[in-house]
Design a protein around this ligand. Structure first.
Ligand SMILES: O=C(O)C(=O)C[C@]1(C(=O)O)C=C[C@@H](O)C=C1
Length: 497
């Protein structure tokens, strides 16, 4: 399995999915003309996507645990292909509705296969799931520009559908050349830690996370649906500023994805990050809901996008997946079923609230934010670290991961040093340098009792560094005997090191 190419291929699907998310709304006028139907009917067709999603998530998640991820990623891609090709030509509303359902199914199949695959690739792939969001955003960013270009050239609206279809056809070939990781493979530490968690705490965390599946999605949908209208009606902001707030939210979201990806790579705890982000979401949302000053709203909207839509939902799912490492597909399905229910119910609930006032509809997002915070706080509390053999070993695994990365960097530097020394005809061993390194270790050690052991470790590191340099030197000399002769390098002393 080549992690890089497989990841790239999986991400490419989410670029297409990002296009799929907005292609109907972006082509609403054109479709309404083509279908000879009013905008309201076109909008009704969109609800098919939600229906397809709700029904497919749970079934697909479960099945992907049984039949493997690749099948479901393929089902997702093929369904999306049917949707894009069909929608570009269809002129019958019923068929269009059926195609919208197919898009919902495509979405669920992709998610059921992909999120689990990233975790199953091993290593720190939880952070890889966060990047899925970034690829969706790229798709959502490029499509409107592409459509604007088509409109400017008075070209057929269907080309936007063809663009997505072309990427899918290419990716179907690309992806099917890749091998997927072994299914439901839990790394030992994760499996043991999950098993050792008392049942009551696991149930509590599961309830919190399922609830978060709903609130995290609801929080974003409600905001994007009402923000522009809210600031216009409540604070009298102009249309440009109203739309700018939404753009700032999107920019914040993309920035968030990148920053969180980096934080997770550097070993930040997902649990703490999630609680922090939800506290931040609540505060920034309260600012947007009650501040009537444009500049403050702008900053808060960016920050809200960063915190609420910058991959927080994906972190929630990652934690959920680690809790049940043997049924990752089912867990993904369950989590997103809750999200789909939010996508379906929030427009209905807020539509009803908006009859009272637009401000009431918008500010109801604060209730969602509080509920989300309670969900993640309960989860974090239930999953608080307790000292056991399994959890402490997991901590050691994380520390070792960092040490190995740093040792790789050290050896890369030693490679440079080795070359410089060869050029300057210097021996591999430099005792005075080694003494200084050991002195520095003693100075840096924060615990006197550890110091002799740390020094012994460093002695071993340097002894291996010498062995590595000597081995390199020998290989270079074998490759180029004339150079070896000219330099007269390999000394007995070095080889004994
Ligand atoms: O600094 C050097 O000259 C190195 O070759 C590096 C290094 C080390 O690994 O730290 C290795 C061997 C020397 O004896 C001293 C130090």
């Amino acid at each position: 399995m080549n992690k890089r190419t497989l990841s790239l291929s999986l991400y490419l699907n989410y670029f297409v999915h990002g296009i799929g998310l907005i292609i109907l709304t972006q082509n609403m006028q054109a479709l309404s003309q083509h279908w000879n139907s009013p905008l309201a009917t076109v909008s009704y067709v969109f609800s098919g996507i939600g229906i397809g999603r709700i029904f497919a998530y749970f079934i697909f998640g479960n099945l992907s645990d049984r039949f493997g991820r690749k099948v479901f990623v393929n089902i997702g891609m093929l369904s999306y292909l049917v949707f894009f090709l069909g929608m570009a030509f269809v002129n019958n509303i019923q068929v269009a509705y059926a195609l919208a359902i197919v898009a919902g199914i495509a979405n669920s199949a992709l998610d059921s296969g992909t999120y689990a695959t990233f975790i199953e690739m091993g290593g720190n792939q939880g952070s890889a799931n966060i990047l899925i969001k970034a690829f969706m955003s790229i798709g959502e960013f490029i499509l409107p520009l592409f459509i604007a270009t088509l409109e400017a050239n008075q070209a057929w609206y269907g080309w936007s559908f063809m663009l997505a279809a072309a990427v899918l056809v290419f990716n179907l070939f690309f992806l099917n050349r890749q091998t997927f990781p072994q299914r439901n493979l839990a790394d030992d530490a994760t499996a043991v830690a999950a098993q050792q968690l008392p049942k009551s705490r696991r149930i509590l965390a599961s309830i919190g996370l399922a609830g978060y599946g709903y609130t995290s999605m609801a929080l974003m949908i409600l905001y994007t649906q009402w923000i522009s209208l809210f600031v216009t009606k409540t604070y009298g902001f102009g249309p440009v500023l109203a739309h700018l707030l939404l753009s700032l939210y999107s920019i914040g979201s993309i920035t968030g994805v990148i920053v969180i990806f980096i934080l997770l790579r550097t070993g930040f705890t997902e649990r703490k990050l999630l609680v922090g982000m939800n506290i931040g979401s609540l505060i920034t949302l309260a600012v947007v809901c009650y501040a009537s000053v444009p500049w403050l709203s702008m900053i808060a909207s960016f920050a809200f996008g960063f915190l609420a839509a910058g991959g927080a939902m994906q972190i929630g799912l990652n934690i959920f997946l680690r809790l049940y490492p043997h049924i990752k597909g089912t867990i993904t399905g369950t989590f997103f079923t809750f999200g789909s229910v939010a996508a379906f119910t929030i427009p209905l609930i807020t539509g009803w609230l908006s009859k009272q006032s637009i401000a009431a509809a918008m500010r109801s997002d604060l209730v969602v934010a509080v509920a989300g915070l309670i969900c993640v706080a309960v989860t974090a509390w239930a999953l608080r670290p307790t000292h056991s053999l399994a959890t402490d070993r997991q901590t050691i695994n994380q520390i070792d991961q960092k040490i190995v990365r740093l040792l790789n960097q050290r050896f890369e530097t030693v490679t440079d040093i080795s070359e410089l020394k060869q050029q300057a005809h210097l021996p591999v061993l430099d005792q005075s340098r080694e003494d200084r390194v050991l002195d520095r270790v003693a100075q840096r050690s924060s615990e006197a009792a550890h110091t002799p052991y740390l020094q012994a470790i460093y002695q071993a590191i340097m002894s291996n560094s010498r062995a590595y340099q000597t081995a390199r030197k020998t290989t270079t000399q074998q490759v180029s005997p004339s150079t070896a002769h000219a330099t007269g390098m390999t000394t007995k002393e070095d080889l004994h090191d």
